[in-house]
Write a protein of this length. Sequence first.
Length: 131
Amino acid sequence: MKAFLTYYFRLIAASAWLLLTLSLGFWWMIIGLRQAKLVFALQEALGGNIAKESQQRLKRYSLMITTEGGFFLLLLGTGGITLIYLSYRDMQNTRVLKEFFSTVSHEMKTPLASIRLQVESLQEDLFDSEH
């Protein structure tokens, strides 16, 4: 039961990590876009009208943050999903391995018990023949 809880805890922890990192990445992207808009709004307030060049720079900056943020989120999502998948596979492999060893140990105990019984029988026969 303890191993069962440990494995599911690992899956839950990996899922929580994925959710946390994706939300942090998304938050970073939103903050970056807000900061870009704030900088250009302050520039407009201080200097009057925003020149066409400044508007293009704002668009490029926003596009850069969006693409970098999207790629960052893609990497985080891929890493988190891979972590969850590998944890799940490890859980399955451990279960299969435990079943294998329990089957093998049972299959080994059966002939050993028979051999042990035959040895005891031979020892009793040997003891009886000596007396």
